[in-house]
Design a protein. Structure first.
Length: 256
């Protein structure tokens, strides 16, 4: 056993020598895998309490336990609660792009680990961790579903069962970039379905939807409506990043 452990340690050291860990944002060399460099770390903006009990958006002042924002009162979402780890800006934007468009699936475990803190209250009694699905056309072109990669690691770290194939994307939708909130909602209307065998897993259950970025909430709302239509007791949403204010510049062309 000691020889085996020694060989594994030696192998790990050799890999680190051949492939030294780099910052997930700027690719500068760092001391340990999954850590940001000293220059990028201060620009990673985490969501901190106090926040809206429904939308997870931060309050400027502490409004008391369970306080709900005016936005959630005026326009109640189809999901029950939403939480995100970081603002979609700076290093977070770089990491999402790396995962989504440059095959950096190695980033998924680290992003999922950061999601556990805001997601703690959602994971406590969740029955299923469910990724937002891709249409098969996009899955073929991208070769993986970034939301499923995040969900897999959230499930592994939290011990909440991962359930894939329960929710399907039956309509290939246009990229959401550049669309207004209403256009995004119309774009994903009717795009999702609960597959036959999944119906029995939904009724009466508490579902935690996983996605990479929360923009207007149109996609996760469409998923939540379908799940609740099939009897889900609760649908919460957990994403790595969330767009706030001018985080997403109009000149950007990558879909998020």
């Amino acid at each position: 056993m000691q020889i085996k452990r020694g060989a594994m340690w030696a192998g790990a050291q050799a890999l680190r020598f051949l492939f030294p860990p780099t910052c997930p944002s700027c690719q500068a060399m760092v001391a340990a895998p999954g850590t940001l460099c000293a220059e990028c770390w201060p620009h990673l903006r985490f969501f901190e309490k106090p926040w809206c009990a429904v939308l997870g958006t931060p309050f400027e002042f502490d409004m008391g336990e369970g306080a709900i924002s005016p936005a959630a009162i005026a326009n109640p979402p189809d999901f029950d609660r939403a939480r995100s780890a970081v603002y979609y800006s700076g290093p977070a934007r770089d990491m999402i792009r790396g995962l989504k468009y440059h095959d950096r699936t190695d980033l998924a475990p680290w992003l999922a680990n950061w999601m556990l803190r805001p997601g703690e209250e959602l994971l406590i009694d969740a029955d299923h961790v469910v990724p937002v699905p891709l249409h098969w056309h996009r899955f073929v072109s991208r070769r993986f579903n970034q939301s499923a990669e995040l969900a897999r690691h959230v499930s592994r770290l939290s011990k909440v069962p991962l359930t894939t194939g329960l929710l399907a994307r039956r309509k290939s939708t246009s990229p959401q970039v550049g669309l207004t909130a209403q256009q995004r909602k119309d774009n994903v209307s009717g795009a999702f379905q609960v597959k036959g065998k999944g119906k029995a897993l939904v009724a009466g259950k508490k579902i935690l939807l996983i996605d990479d970025v929360f923009t207007t909430g149109a996609t996760v709302s469409a998923c939540a409506r379908v799940l609740k239509r099939h009897g889900a007791a609760r649908v919460d949403v957990l994403t790595f990043a969330r767009v706030m204010g001018d985080d997403f510049a109009a000149q950007e062309t990558d879909a998020i």
